[in-house]
Design a protein around this ligand. Structure first.
Ligand SMILES: [Zn+2]
Ligand SMILES: [Zn+2]
Length: 401
């Protein structure tokens, strides 16, 4: 098809009031996990009357809205997540969370509102579109694998997209900056747990016990030594033990100690190697001290791997729409995780970062995502709306050319 000669920046500016109103309504009414039905209702209200075919997820509150252009062509998917976090908001915003203990502290309110804005703009230009655009509105990003649920239900198969794009806002990146990187953008996440089992007794008679507390301490130190000495900086792993629980009184040696934490990796080889090492080290140290250990690793999300062709498309769109100063290459992966990784395992594409730091002060000093004081410069959201439009229509027009 011919490229649509639309000024996406102007279109997003015209849509900006509606985007902000929707974002604030979602922000004030945050929902957690896979069941974000009030949010779904707000989004569907915003899309009412548009030439979209809606397919609801059966196991979540998510849905996919399909726009068929006037002519046939390629298929592209744009994704926005919609769930909040169990954090008590402390921003003082007039439209702050009305739900005690819940907050949109990862910007997913902005993601779904930007995607709805892009859907409205693209629907208005349906006559100029050859191909199909799927808008994926997804709950349960924060640990519930909402994207995988929707994939398992076949919501991304009809028709099968050939490219996938998502935008994540960052409140400590300067407002309006678009950043991306080829390959690993975000890490695989695994949850680690172990129980070290000894034999309890009187604290003054440790020789009659098998004290699990020094064993747990030794295991934690040995795990860090493994990361420091057995992994390479070119294929890194982060292993953080974040919980140690054991004991009930100052004069009782406990029977058992539990430890818990997280493992972050960028390749499947490193992920497998680190999982094996966790079990080997904890069990081996327990055995060395005449204790036993039980370990459990709960798999989380895979690494988020951006396709170089999609990153080139993101860069080209950012340069065209926003000028060459707006695009930045991210020098190193971010060791957080994202369930858009499941989409990218199936469909080549990219997640881009949109800076939304408020203009005043040092952006890097701003409260980050997952912080109760996180703030968003709403002016930057128009850039996200315009970029969504550009990602989709550029791919439909030119493919990976
Ligand atoms: Zn998050
Ligand atoms: Zn997020």
């Amino acid at each position: 098809m011919d490229s649509i000669s639309t000024d996406w920046t102007a279109a997003a500016a015209a849509e900006h009031g509606a985007t902000i109103a929707l974002r604030r309504a979602i922000h004030a009414d945050p929902e957690l996990g896979l069941d974000c039905y009030r949010t779904t209702a707000k989004l569907k209200d915003a899309l009412a009357g548009l030439p979209l075919t809606i397919r609801d997820s059966r196991s979540t509150s998510g849905f996919v809205a399909r726009l068929d252009g006037a002519k046939p062509g390629r298929t592209v998917i744009l994704r926005g997540d919609m769930d909040a976090l169990p954090i008590h908001e402390d921003t003082g915003l007039a439209f702050g969370s009305a739900i005690s203990g819940h907050m949109h502290a990862c910007g997913h309110d902005t993601h779904s509102a930007m995607l709805a804005g892009a859907a409205r703009i693209l629907c208005a230009r349906r006559d100029a579109i050859a191909g199909t655009i799927l808008f994926m509105f997804q709950p349960g990003e924060e640990g519930m694998a909402g994207a995988r649920h929707m994939i398992d239900e076949g919501l991304l198969d009809d028709p099968a997209p050939e490219a996938a794009f998502a935008i994540h806002v960052f409140p400590n990146v300067p407002g309006g900056i678009i950043a991306c990187r080829e390959g690993a953008l975000l890490a695989a996440t695994d949850t680690l747990a172990a129980t070290i089992i000894g034999k309890g007794g009187h604290a003054a008679m440790p020789h009659d016990t098998r004290d699990p507390i020094p064993v747990a301490c030794e295991a934690v130190v040995a795990l860090q030594a493994h990361i420091a000495r057995r992994t390479t900086f070119t294929d890194p792993a982060i292993l953080s033990i974040t919980q140690i629980n054991g004991g009930s009184a100052h004069n009782i040696i406990p029977d058992r100690v539990t430890i818990g934490g997280t493992l972050r990796t960028l390749s499947e080889a490193r992920r497998n190697d680190s999982r094996v090492a966790f079990k080997r080290i904890v069990s081996g140290i327990a055995q060395a001290h005449d204790c036993t250990a039980e370990t459990n690793i709960e798999p989380g999300y895979p690494a988020t791997i951006n396709d170089p062709r999609a990153v080139a498309l993101v860069r080209a769109c950012a340069n065209d729409l926003l000028g060459t100063d707006a695009y930045h290459d991210i020098p190193a992966p971010i060791m957080g995780g994202e369930d858009f990784a499941f989409v990218l395992q199936k469909i080549p594409g990219a997640m881009a970062i949109l800076g939304v730091a408020p203009p005043e002060g040092d952006p890097a000093a701003r409260p980050p995502i997952h912080n109760a004081k996180m703030l968003v410069d709403e002016a930057a959201l128009a850039r996200g709306v315009a970029l969504h439009c550009a990602f989709a229509t550029r791919f439909l027009a030119d493919g990976w050319a």
